[in-house]
Design a protein around this ligand. Sequence first.
Ligand code: NAD
Ligand code: UD1
Length: 322
Amino acid sequence: MATKPIVVVTGGAGFIGSHTADRLVELGHRVVVLDDFRTGKRANLQRWLEPRHGFDGSDPALEIVTCDVSHGIFAALAPLTAKYGRVERIVHLAAQVSVVASVANPLVDMAVNYGGTLHVLEYARAMGVAKVAFASSAAVYGDVEAMPVGEDTPTRPVSPYGIDKLASELALDYYAAVHGVATTALRFFNVYGPRQDPASPYSGVISIFSDRAKAGKPLTIFGDGGQTRDFVYVGDVVRAIVAALGDGNSRLVANVGTGGEISVLELARTITELCGGKSTISHAPQRAGEILKSRARVDRLREQLGVVAETRLVDGLRATLG
Ligand code: NAD
Ligand code: UD1
């Protein structure tokens, strides 16, 4: 009997990656996670590491390989492809995710976020991978006046992170056009939900505010709080990733957001209120490389990928707060 082909999730021990791996295993795929655990956690995948989650009680449905994607992925995958056969599809999520960290250290950002993508694409080209789905970002747009922002809006990133995500998108398109590797890039807006790690000051704002508000600690807003974001729930993002991983839609670039926006000040007030209103709100200087407005145009997501991010912010916040 032929073994099930491999679906690789780079960055699969992280926030979005572990939710993606969950869904892919539930859909019956053989999942291989590549991660170097710089922010990801094995605990995020623990449920699949129990023996009862194997195929026919033998091979595990999910395996983890420790690997830094910026050093290449051939050697890491070789033992698994020898065992199970080729890699059929790749979800490429491994990245340095902080805009602020990219401003502080652009060379690391370039090596991981652009270099890592090139390594994944080189593997896909050499091994005949059927589809690569890539986590790009709203950061590729930079500061745009007119909202919502559509995919055809000129890209002018204002951070090394945004530049490296845009360079990765261009590389995806080049590999599709010249080498015939089918690729889809998803421009995630601000993703939130359970398992987003609040540990670093560079973590996603909802994870930080939720963590602090639950403990009744003060919240700090960078700038006046008038900056807006389109916060999209991780469950909706996973549906977009699964759709992008399917056949078709090669060379597609699609926003992944809700089409709505909320200011950071309003967000802070909402989370404080959901947690019983004990936290105070203070202000600190605006961050460098910061975009001031962000709201996705989502027609392409709906029309090409058949996905609508329908989770209401208040419901997603409740699920995140636990
Ligand atoms: P995360 O930090 O939880 O996940 C990133 C994962 O990649 C972690 O498990 C980390 O250990 C791993 N990783 C980092 N560098 C690596 C390397 N060199 N080799 C192997 N593994 C490495 O962050 P996330 O929010 O889940 O982000 C996932 C992807 O989505 C990233 O590409 C990020 O840029 C993109 N994205 C996220 C958001 C958001 O709002 N969270 C928005 C836009 C785009
Ligand atoms: C986020 C993602 C980035 C993604 C981009 C897409 C993270 C860490 N970053 O960047 O990967 O590509 O969305 O749009 O997930 N803020 C505060 N107080 C805090 C923390 C943050 O006021 O304690 C503010 C920030 O200044 C910013 C907003 O909240 O205005 C969102 O910040 P953050 O969650 O770090 O995300 P982005 O920079 O938008």
